[in-house]
Design a protein around this ligand. Structure first.
Ligand SMILES: [Zn+2]
Length: 223
């Protein structure tokens, strides 16, 4: 329970830099190998970081990107998976996980859905449902149509059970994270969605860039 209170507190509080005692200091310097890392504010910076006292290397820590997807069958049911892994082992969640290098957020969401449930989702059919700023991570949640004939696994390495839930049953299930509840509530609401992604070629400083553009106006470079 304390973890969710922490999340709620973090959502409510003003953005403040971590204090020196909160900095995660690695044992060894990744650059020179010395046991010389300490938390301090590097010259020209305004917040403390893990800095090597010998070579000056700075170990920057930034939020991770987590992707998640609410997959919805044509009859409105949503795809949930029971967690076979910690944290929150045995509770129900939507497919989610860390984005990998070399994939877009939609591709990452499709990969997680396949790994955790066997469902094959089309990244270009995903609609941006929600974006949550949490301690240490940014969560990007999509909604995606689950094909009527989708083949689901009965279990996977990460999920002990995989099931389609009616709206009301999904919200009554023992859900793993508050963001899952919020994303499902949002999915079941009639709010407008940012739908689809378009691939465009855009010019910049004499060069051409292949860019994927969300129809909410956000753009990101194609991998
Ligand atoms: Zn060093």
């Amino acid at each position: 329970m304390w973890r969710w209170l922490l999340v709620a507190a973090a959502l409510l509080q003003q953005a403040t830099p971590l204090s020196v005692s909160e900095i995660n200091v690695p044992k060894f310097c990744a650059e020179c190998g010395g046991r010389t890392m300490a938390a301090r504010t590097p010259p020209g910076d305004e917040r403390p970081r893990a800095v090597c006292g010998a070579c000056g290397y700075v170990a920057y820590e930034n939020p991770k990107v987590v992707v998640a997807v609410v997959a919805r069958a044509p009859d409105g049911k949503v795809l949930l998976a029971k967690r076979a892994i910690e944290p929150r082992l045995g509770t129900w969640g939507i497919p989610q996980g860390f984005m990998e290098l070399g994939e877009t957020t939609r591709e990452a969401a499709a990969r997680e859905a396949f790994e955790e449930t066997g469902a094959v989702l089309n990244p270009s059919e995903m609609a941006l449902l929600a974006l949550y700023n949490l301690p240490g991570q940014v969560q990007v949640v999509y909604e995606a149509p689950l094909p009527a004939n989708a083949k689901l696994e009965t279990s996977t390495t990460e999920s002990s059970e995989i099931k389609l839930f009616e709206e009301s049953d999904a919200l009554k299930a023992d859900l793993c994270f508050p963001t899952v509840t919020w994303a499902l509530e949002r999915c079941f609401s009639s709010l407008d969605r940012c739908r689809g992604v378009q691939e465009r070629t855009k010019a910049f400083q004499g060069g051409e860039w292949r860019v994927l553009i969300d129809d909410d106006g956000g753009g990101y470079l194609a991998s």
